[in-house]
Design a protein around this ligand. Structure first.
Ligand code: 9D3
Length: 249
């Protein structure tokens, strides 16, 4: 079982993980256990403050050292040996390979920042890894934590149904998905591609692989550069490109 501790000022946001969908099912099946730790519980003054003004001035507030450290220590005690992963815009961009490594751990602590961030000394003293989920600005680290948790959880053995897990280790890994269709055969005069109605499974497989390769070439050429292509794949992509450029002229 994967044990995850989350340090956050907004524990209720993690009900989204525990109460809905594949992650809730993984919690029920005891594939993962989530415990939440709130620095507010370690605030000392009458206002239960967890933030303070930045030294040097300027806008915004900074998360205080003491309450956050106390929460991290509480999480470390509950999860012996766990490393602490901070979600922050300054972190390394999370990729699927990182998610796979993290999902194989026995335990980890996730730290969600709020306000302008943590006191830097806390990062030096307690944080092992820093991760970002992409180049856009969130209001805090919680949604980034939830993204990471969601991506990890679906990789846990037994988390997906049979149909879903077949896809997880697809030969189309590293490519964008092919187009999907369901009933009816015609909508507003638009037909389902004929090959999908043919019952020819070899032809269907080749069509899907070709579409996946073609769409990746069109939309995410960076992904193709990172992925070696088999002889069959190279041929299918050449066909797609030929048809595509013919259709353009
Ligand atoms: C507007 C405030 N910014 C001043 C330059 C700094 C800033 C502080 C805190 C920007 C965002 C945040 C909150 N974001 C996260 O905690 C966060 C995040 C993100 O914003 N984008 C992508 N990944 C992540 S992981 C954590």
């Amino acid at each position: 079982m994967l044990r995850v501790g989350v340090v956050t000022l907004f524990p209720e946001m993690f009900d989204l993980y525990s109460d809905w969908g594949i992650s809730a099912r993984a919690v029920d099946r005891k594939l993962v256990h989530l415990s939440v730790f709130n620095p507010r519980d370690h605030a000392r003054d009458t206002h239960r403050s967890v933030d303070d003004r930045p030294y040097g001035g300027g806008p915004g507030m900074v998360m205080m050292f003491e309450p956050v450290r106390a929460s991290i220590r509480e999480a470390r005690q509950a999860l012996p040996g766990a490393r602490v992963h901070l979600l922050t815009p300054q972190g390394r961009r999370l990729a699927q390979a990182d998610i796979q490594s993290l999902a194989r751990l026995e335990s980890l602590v996730l730290l969600a920042g709020r306000y302008e961030g943590l006191d830097e000394r806390l990062i030096e003293a307690e944080v092992d890894e820093e991760w970002s989920i992409g180049d856009y600005v969130l209001s805090g680290g919680e949604l980034a934590c939830l993204v990471l948790l969601d991506a990890m959880t679906r990789l846990l053995p037994g988390a997906l149904g049979d149909g879903e897990s077949a896809q997880a280790e697809s030969f189309m890994d590293g490519l964008l998905d092919y187009p999907h269709y369901t009933r009816p055969e015609t909508v507003d005069g638009r037909r389902v591609p004929e090959v999908l109605l043919s019952g020819n499974h070899g032809a269907i497989r080749r069509w899907r692989l070709k579409q996946a390769l073609g769409r990746t070439w069109q939309r995410r050429p960076d992904l193709l550069e990172q992925r070696p292509l088999s002889a069959e794949e190279t041929g299918l992509l050449e066909e797609f490109i030929k048809e595509h450029t013919a259709a353009q002229s």
